[in-house]
Design a protein around this ligand. Structure first.
Ligand code: SF4
Ligand code: SF4
Length: 188
């Protein structure tokens, strides 16, 4: 984990914090670096930049540093940081907004398995209107070629009936319309 002093001043671009703000309307300049977000984050120990450091890097427009971080890909969106922030900075929202900006810029995800999982999840929802776990896992495994990872757990879940063999279509057309509306708004 990097300390605040180790954050390099390379790759500085001044439009990056504006892009993050535009993606979700979050004002990162309110952050005064108290560290409460990082102090409560259950995954900070796995991150290369703590949530506090990531917010600081966004404030400074250090785009390359943020792009090369694993932090937002490891974030589980648990919202602990957002809840703890005395300045009402939506830290979890910044994590999501950074990923949106990165995808708009076709930047490489530092934890590609997470991006692959997110994409399979959304495709799944779009097609079936709800998650069809077995299909989602199969597509994820094909994408990441991680066929043996969690195999025992998968077999156990199948045995206990936690995976449905066949998908069910529930409100899929309504959900697809939501995707179409979001796509149209992205183009505006
Ligand atoms: S809790 Fe809020 S003010 Fe404190 S470091 Fe995190 S984002 Fe900044
Ligand atoms: S939302 Fe993400 S960054 Fe915030 S506390 Fe949870 S895991 Fe950590």
């Amino acid at each position: 984990m990097m300390t605040e002093e180790e954050i390099p001043i390379k790759g500085k671009t001044y439009d990056f914090s504006d892009a993050v703000k535009a993606a979700d309307g979050i004002e990162v300049s309110w952050c005064y670096q108290c560290g409460k977000c990082a102090g409560g984050c259950p995954l900070a120990c796995e991150m290369d930049l703590t949530p506090t450091q990531l917010i600081h890097a966004v404030q400074l427009g250090l785009k390359d540093l943020v792009h090369n971080s694993k932090t937002m890909w490891l974030c589980s969106s648990c919202q602990t940081c957002t809840t703890r922030c005395p300045q009402n900075v939506d830290v979890a929202g910044v994590m999501a907004a950074v990923k949106v900006v990165m995808q708009q810029e076709n930047a490489e995800a530092k934890v590609p398995a997470v991006l692959a999982f997110n994409q399979r999840f959304l495709e799944n929802i779009k097609l079936f209107g709800r998650t069809y776990e077995l299909g989602m896992v199969a597509l994820y495994k094909l994408k990441t070629l991680s066929f043996t990872q969690d195999l025992g757990l998968g077999v156990e879940m199948l045995k206990r009936g936690k995976f449905k063999i066949l998908p069910r279509f529930v409100g899929s057309w309504s959900v697809r319309k939501i995707f179409m509306r979001a796509r149209r708004q992205e183009k505006i």
